[in-house]
Unconditional design. Structure first.
Ligand code: GLN
Length: 204
């Protein structure tokens, strides 16, 4: 077994890099000491201990994932290793997608509505107060959440824990080894979401 010191354990984490804002995730993971693999081919999934599905356009990602043979492999990966999905990535992880309906991995038992903030307020930055469960595992203090044509999580099953809310809407949820966020933590200087994800990768 490796020593308990987390600093000594370098984790290799993948960022799906077919489309969208994967680069900012890679930078944040590297800042936190992880080795980053930008995943473009199915075979690269064997090299990584966790995976981030970045924001972008979920429909475009679905087409590219299918073309690269990654879509089928991702479901197996989700059965073994942690995934963090942000925005479009959260849409890919959901059990059910609406507005409109589209295929998804059902890795997190939630129903999510695409582009749910509407056209006028489709992008915003809001300060949210973490739920205690999030603060206990990271740090206290408000968190800046960047929403870009974001989805809204409309319902979660009983096995899903809500770690952050904006008003009443869940914006960060956890089920088993997976996390889904509807906002872009990688576009702020707050490292807590990625720290939480790396702690899940470490303990998986
Ligand atoms: N609107 C996009 C979608 O439905 C998600 C936007 C984002 O990832 N920032 O896929």
């Amino acid at each position: 077994m490796p020593a308990a010191s987390s600093a000594a354990v370098i984790m290799t984490v993948g960022v799906l890099a077919l489309q969208g804002d994967f680069a900012a995730h890679s930078v944040r993971l590297a800042e936190l000491g992880a080795e980053v693999v930008e995943v473009r081919y199915a075979s690269q999934l064997d090299q990584v201990e966790g995976l981030i599905l970045p924001g972008g356009e979920s429909t475009t990602n679905l087409i590219l994932l299918d073309r690269e043979g990654l879509w089928a492999r991702l479901r197996d990966f989700a059965g073994q290793r942690p995934i963090l999905g942000t925005c479009a990535g959260a849409i890919l992880l959901a059990r059910e997608v609406t507005n409109p309906s589209q295929p998804s991995m059902a890795a997190i038992d939630m129903r999510i509505e695409r582009n749910a903030y509407g056209r006028q307020i489709d992008s915003s930055i809001r300060l949210v107060q973490p739920e205690q469960a999030f603060a206990d595992r990271t740090a206290e203090g408000p968190l800046e959440a960047v929403f870009i044509r974001a989805p809204i999580i409309r319902s979660v099953a009983s096995g899903v824990e809500v770690l952050l809310r904006d008003k009443d809407d869940p914006i960060l949820v956890e089920q088993g080894r997976h996390l889904a966020a509807t906002f872009h933590a990688e576009l702020t200087s707050d490292p807590r979401l990625h720290q939480l994800f790396l702690s899940k990768v470490r303990s998986n």
